[in-house]
Design a binder for this molecule. Structure first.
Ligand code: ASP
Ligand code: MG
Length: 422
């Protein structure tokens, strides 16, 4: 069996959805396939705006109207019958979204998950109904019942034992004679609350289904030809990786390559399931396959991670940063879910390069402002060069003039560069 994952760009219009149907028709035996789909186009960003405005007490109706029009327009381009039940279904999902928004929650993050999931619910209802109209027999599956997580809102942790059991019991028999269509990005708690798995998390959902069903392969269909050595918008010379070892792909995603979600690799590597990254625009072209390969690429990769901040903790009175202090800073970072992308310690200070998430950084700053002089620099970009050589910067014509932090280990150079004023 196989798992296909289609992201937002692959279902952003009626033509795009029709292309997805062609790929499914051409590539599969019309069964033994789980199709994982994200929200259409930029829908998740739009629903995030609904949530933000609702929480601020600002009128959000304009965003809801946009959401409705966008999905109705796509459906109108797909369904021959103007009274097809999908139109009522879209209306009902949007009404449900509005009513979930107004329920009472313990936290804003809990509210976020109950509402943002509607992007995926809308897209999978539309695509599944459309495939059925086009003669591709599908069954709709609500991923929230099968992917069980804890209630760590916005980044639910998977209960693997429960999830595996549920998927094996119920989904395995379903794919014996049809294609299953389900949502990426969402899961559910034991109390039937919705959770999300982190932005861009649909790739991870595909890996979860593949792991639980012992899939032969996963294919992620993207609007790029595969995994490139660098971002072609930033670097002139890029090459397409034909094959990548799991470990190398995991490193690229850790450093900030956005082509696949960082959590995707592990479940697949554990079961040796190959991951294909192909273009939905040229589905017959060979893309990249990530698997159990021993040959590491020798090409230099450049990975850009935007929106970074450096938090610098400086000891007062010429004291050195003690072991105990390091321990407390790291454990508070873990508690606040602050991801450490680069660290540097010197005689009198410790610096951490992290994603510029203002509310988390402010909390950390408050916690330590008595003990240290805490200084935050924003407007940075983290650039990682894998397989870095002395000639790399010249060859790639990269000017690193405004470097705030630098680290070099074996063949990897990382620099935090100032790209915007504070
Ligand atoms: N729709 C979600 C997002 O935009 C998940 C995904 O696209 O993978 O983050
Ligand atoms: Mg996406």
């Amino acid at each position: 069996m196989q798992v296909f994952k289609f992201g937002g760009a692959s279902v952003k219009s009626a033509e795009a959805v029709s292309n997805v149907k062609d790929i499914i028709k051409n590539c599969s035996e019309q069964k033994n396939l789980v199709v994982v789909i994200s929200a259409m186009g930029k829908t998740t960003n739009l629903i995030e705006r609904v949530v933000v405005d609702y929480l601020r007490g600002v009128d959000y109706q304009e965003h809801i109207d946009q959401l409705r029009t966008f999905h109705f327009d796509i459906a109108k381009g797909l369904f021959n019958n103007p009274s097809a039940s999908i139109f009522q279904q879209i209306e009902k999902l949007i009404c449900d979204l509005e009513s979930y928004l107004k329920l009472r929650y313990f936290s804003d993050d809990e509210l976020y998950d109950q509402v943002v999931c509607f992007g995926e619910l809308l897209s999978t209802h539309i695509v599944s109904a459309y495939l059925n109209q086009e003669g591709v027999d599908t069954q709709f599956l609500d991923a929230r019942i099968y992917i069980q997580t804890d209630n760590n809102w916005r980044e639910g942790d998977i209960d693997w034992a429960w999830t595996t059991k549920m998927i094996q019991n119920d989904v395995k028999p379903m794919i014996q004679d049809s294609i299953v269509v389900t949502q990426g990005f969402i899961g559910g708690t034991i109390n039937n609350k919705t959770t999300t798995l982190g932005r861009e998390g649909s790739d991870f959902s595909a890996a979860i289904f593949a792991y639980c069903l012992d899939a032969e392969k996963v294919c992620i269909w993207k609007d790029v030809p595969g995994i490139m050595s660098s971002d072609p918008r930033r670097i002139d010379e890029v090459t397409l990786f034909k094959q990548l070892p799991y470990k190398y792909a995991a490193e690229l995603t850790y450093y900030g390559a956005t082509v696949i979600h960082p959590k995707t690799i592990r479940p697949l590597a554990l079961k040796n399931i190959p991951l294909y990254v192909n273009s939905f625009l040229e589905p017959d072209k060979e893309g990249t396959v990530i698997g159990d390969f021993s040959d590491y690429p020798t090409t230099t990769s450049v990975i850009f991670k935007p929106s970074q901040a450096i938090i610098r903790f400086e000891e007062q009175d010429y004291l050195n940063v003690s072991k105990g202090d390091l321990g407390v800073v790291f454990s508070e970072c873990a508690r606040l879910n602050i991801k450490i992308n680069m660290i540097k310690n010197s005689a009198l200070s410790l610096s951490i390069c992290t994603n510029n998430e203002t509310s988390k950084i402010d909390k950390l700053k408050d916690l330590f402002s008595d003990k240290f002089v805490v200084q935050v620099t924003t407007g940075l970009e983290l650039i990682t060069f894998k397989n870095y050589k002395e000639t790399t910067l010249n060859e790639l014509k990269i000017d690193l003039s405004d470097v705030y932090m630098r680290q070099f280990s074996r063949d990897t150079l990382q620099v935090a560069v100032k790209v915007e004023a504070d």
